[in-house]
Design a protein around this ligand. Structure first.
Ligand code: DQA
Length: 149
């Protein structure tokens, strides 16, 4: 096993399958996570998932990853709308000191101007947006490359 990766989904991502398919596709979160898990296995990764609609819970989960050595070697995160303004999540991500990749299903740079802003980007080794579920596979590959450095 190459490493353990925590895949974290933020606010409204539990509603996948009901959100605008033009931006988010038609997979439910459970289906998306199965796809991500399969990709992770192919890469030799152990993937764990977390989703919440509560910002404080997202922060506390990052604290857990920061506090317990070995619980995760890397993070893939799609904080949803929190990406664009949550300094609390940004600061908690910094605490983890783990390599992280930011993922968005939709092409955030081609949508409303406020979606172009990411307060976590400077802490991430990469950002993948607009590639749908495939973007998570790419994020896992980026983490693999980072872990085997
Ligand atoms: C999203 C993009 C965000 O702007 C939006 O608020 C989401 C999902 C994406 O995956 O494309 O909820 O992070």
């Amino acid at each position: 096993m190459l490493g353990r990766v925590e895949v974290m989904h933020g606010v409204n991502l539990d509603q996948l399958g009901r959100r605008d398919p033009a931006h988010y596709g038609s997979l439910t979160l459970a289906e998306l996570e199965r796809t991500i898990d399969a990709g992770g296995r192919e890469l030799g990764l152990e993937v764990h998932f977390f989703q919440t609609n509560h910002e404080g819970e997202f922060v506390q989960h990052l604290h857990r990853l920061a506090g317990v050595a070995g619980v995760a070697d890397g993070i893939v995160l799609n904080p949803g709308a929190w990406t664009h303004y949550s300094y609390a999540i940004r600061d908690a991500l910094e605490l983890t000191r783990l390599p992280a990749v930011e993922v968005h299903l939709s092409d955030v740079d081609a949508r409303e101007p406020w979606r172009r802003q990411s307060v976590i980007a400077e802490l991430c080794i990469a950002r993948v947006a607009g590639k749908g579920p495939e973007g998570y596979r790419e994020a896992l590959e980026r983490l693999c490359a980072e872990m085997s450095r």
